[in-house]
Design a protein around this ligand. Structure first.
Ligand SMILES: [Zn+2]
Length: 271
């Protein structure tokens, strides 16, 4: 059977079944919107004269040392994401939610907020790496709240007036509501248990634009595979997840640009 027929059969069977339609997304969904891949060559950060890899700076340890610099970077990144537009892949995923209602769950690693701007609902969207558009107290005294859109992205530094607004009422720094490399998934902030529970109730896990570099997506895909859930992987190029899907009795792969392929897959599901 050709790979396309295989994906089509799995998608049609999942749409007709009773279980949940779980969509897991990563950077590949936002790449057609011009959001740089966090781990790509664009991901480097400069502080002073030094270049850092994201794995070095997107950490609680670096925030404790350079809160101003990290905030300046996150505010610039939040502004860049507000300036970007959702693409056809985001729109198709929002259409799937409209088609399947409570049967639908979106689990996203993306922190750019583009899914919600395309129409995905906060109630059915689990942001397992958090969001650039929220902040919370670094001391834990308050839950995540929307980041004010008028906080200026000051470029290299952070103006004192901006820095003052980044302090919580308790005096501690507020921090970006994002999961850092030296932190762990949890349910309260990052919906870890909800993401796994969604897979346990799934008829289909549709994995889009993520290559399996992080822990929870790996868990989700392996759990789905172990339970016999259909797994369809869409990615620009072959990856660990596409190789896994090709080996599964109920797996299929759709290679190509997410903005082209995801609408096609959503149509096969009936959205
Ligand atoms: Zn506080």
């Amino acid at each position: 059977m050709a790979p396309d027929d295989r994906a089509a059969d799995l998608l049609r069977a999942a749409a007709a079944a009773a279980g949940r339609i779980v969509v897991l997304t990563g950077a590949g969904v936002s790449a057609p919107s011009g959001i740089p891949t966090f781990r790509g060559a664009d991901g480097f950060w400069t502080i002073g004269s030094r270049n850092y890899r994201p794995e070095e700076l997107a950490t609680a340890a670096a925030f404790a040392e350079f809160p101003d610099e990290l905030w300046a970077w996150y505010l610039q990144r939040a502004a860049a994401c507000r300036a970007a537009q959702p693409n056809a892949a985001h729109q198709a995923i929002a259409a799937l939610e409209r088609a399947f209602g409570d049967r639908f769950v979106l689990v996203t690693q993306n922190i750019d907020g583009l899914h919600q701007r395309a129409g995905s609902s906060p109630a059915r969207t689990l942001e397992i790496h958090g969001s650039l558009h929220r902040w919370r107290c670094s001391d834990g005294c308050s839950p995540p709240e929307p980041l004010p859109a008028d906080l200026p992205a000051d470029g290299d530094g952070l103006a004192p007036a901006t820095a003052a607004r980044l302090r919580c009422r308790c005096g501690a720094w507020r921090r970006p509501h994002v999961l850092w490399f030296d932190e762990f998934y949890d349910e309260a902030n990052y919906r870890f248990d909800s993401a796994l529970a969604a897979v346990d109730a799934a008829a289909l896990l549709l994995v889009i634009g993520t290559t399996g570099a992080t822990n929870l997506p790996n868990h989700m895909v392996e759990r789905a595979a172990g339970r016999g859930v259909a797994v369809v992987v869409q990615n620009l190029e072959p990856s660990r997840f596409t190789a896994l899907a090709e080996r599964l009795p109920r797996g299929a792969v759709a290679l190509g640009d997410a903005a082209v392929e995801v609408p096609r897959l959503a149509a096969l599901l009936g959205a």
